[in-house]
Design a protein around this ligand. Structure first.
Ligand code: UDX
Length: 444
């Protein structure tokens, strides 16, 4: 099928490349000329495993192309995915300005049937609003002459892609959610995804939109739940890793998303939780549970800083080495990364901060002031009074801790992701603190 993707950011680009892999002919659009020029040369500005290889492959065989023109994309395609950004407004609501603009532009260039699919994460009822926008903006020529206006359908098809494994997630979906109001739209969306032989969940547009917000908010709830339990573990001398293991074997609960630490970040969870709280309010329901989920997430950072201050005693003028900056491993994404708050709070207390991340340093440099960036873990460790793990990169498991210890001024590690829980750091002479490992009790 000829498919257009409007918005070549994270979701749009991964979707475009993967739809090409499914055999479709895809044209991706973005307003950013520089980005489009780079993409046309096969250059990706985000770090996502496997993405650049697929991009190059489909540029070469011409199954994939890039343009800045919505007109060109609309005229060449039967199905059009909207994958533009939906940033948060100050009050937490999703800002749908870009979605509206794109819907209007698509409509103005329509010359026949089109299926318009929302891929961006949007609040329930956005589909209805897109439909109205398209109707208002259909070319006037259809009204002046007695030509029949082009028919169209709007559909919702939320994404569930995790950064760092987005290509894999697209190719092996747990389910494909299709929100439609017509048989024609359902048939087309089934056809698009059929090569994956997925489990389809077919419903109306409002329900599909809700599935996305409810899923991400549920996962955030799981994380905050285990983080809250981790605080109790500290207070009573229990071990969160064993608690999570013991809970996780229960099939109804499951072990995934029960990793306690410095909390969730990224471009989705914080924004989607905020948006869902607002959406619920609008609908007449006070989602107090989700408000608490957000609170608990923020408290994890504060509690981690308190732990550092407690164990280090004086933070002022101490050299702190931050291991990992990205909001999670296998990405260079710094959006809402807990490392940012942690670094700023430590700097506020007078600490001198050094940092190392295998991928995210270029982006981190633009966001952080007064941080010394290191070329590797050993350069980072040099002269440090403590190391702080903010991102659980696999690579860090290969660290030669004896070398690290020699380089450090004081052998102390605060592990915000419990990454080194199975390494005998104490045996190597480190003072080691994880999250929710019962340190208060142990020390007393
Ligand atoms: C998420 C959803 O998983 C995906 O389905 C959705 O479409 C987009 O948002 P992503 O933001 O890439 O994907 O990250 P994810 O792997 O879900 O992790 C989110 C955050 O939660 C990260 O900061 C991660 O470190 C944190 N996390 C995750 C925990 O703190 N504990 C856990 O047990 C799991």
């Amino acid at each position: 099928m000829n498919i257009a993707i409007i918005g070549s950011g994270y979701v749009g680009l991964v979707t475009g490349v993967c739809l090409a892999e499914l055999g479709h002919k895809v044209i991706c659009v973005d307003i950013d000329r520089e980005k489009i020029a780079k993409l046309n040369k096969g250059q990706v500005s985000i770090y996502e495993p496997g993405l650049e290889e697929l991009l190059k492959k489909f540029l070469k065989n011409k199954q994939l192309s890039f343009t800045t023109s919505i007109q060109e994309a609309t005229q060449k395609s039967l199905a059009i995915f909207i994958a533009v950004g939906t940033p948060s407004k100050k009050n937490g609501e999703a800002d749908l300005t870009y979605v509206e603009n794109v819907a209007a532009k698509i409509a103005r260039h329509m010359d026949g049937y089109r299926l318009i699919i929302e891929k961006s994460t949007v609040p329930a009822e956005t589909g209805k609003r897109i439909e109205r926008t398209v109707k208002f903006n259909l070319p006037k020529k259809f009204r002046k002459t007695n030509l029949r206006e082009p028919a169209f359908d709007v559909a919702s098809n939320p994404e569930f892609l995790r950064e760092g494994s987005a290509i894999h997630d697209f190719m092996h979906p747990d389910r494909v959610v299709i929100g439609v109001e017509s048989k024609r739209a359902e048939k087309m969306l089934r056809e698009i995804y059929e090569p994956l032989k997925p489990k389809f969940v077919v419903t109306n547009i409002n329900s599909a939109e809700l599935i996305k917000h409810a899923s991400n908010s549920f996962l955030a709830t799981k994380i905050s739940f285990i983080n809250a339990v981790s605080q109790i573990c500290n207070n009573i001398g229990a071990d969160i890793l064993k608690v999570a293991e013991g809970m996780g074997y229960d099939k109804r609960i499951g072990r995934s998303f029960l990793d306690a630490g410095i909390g969730y970040g990224g471009s989705c969870f914080p924004k989607d939780v905020d948006a869902f709280i607002r959406l619920s309010e609008h609908s007449g329901y006070d989602f107090a549970l989700l408000k608490e989920v957000r609170e608990v997430n923020q408290k994890q950072v504060t509690a981690f800083i308190q732990l550092i201050e407690d164990k280090m005693w004086i933070v002022k003028n101490k050299v702190v080495g931050v291991l990992g900056l990205a909001f999670k491993p296998n990405t260079d994404d710094m959006r809402n990364a807990p490392s940012l708050d942690i670094i700023r709070l430590l700097q506020h207390e007078g600490a001198k901060v050094k940092a190392y991340d295998p991928q995210a340093m270029a982006k981190a440099r633009k966001l952080l002031k007064g941080v010394t960036f290191s070329r590797d873990v050993y350069q980072l460790a040099k002269g440090c009074d403590c190391l702080i793990v903010c991102t659980e990169w696999d690579l860090f498991k290969q660290i030669n801790f004896r070398r690290v210890k020699q380089a450090m001024n004081q052998a102390m590690i605060f592990d915000g992701r419990n990454l080194f829980h199975d390494i005998d750091l104490a045996g190597m002479g480190f003072e080691y603190h994880g999250v929710g490992r019962g340190h208060k009790k142990i020390d007393s």
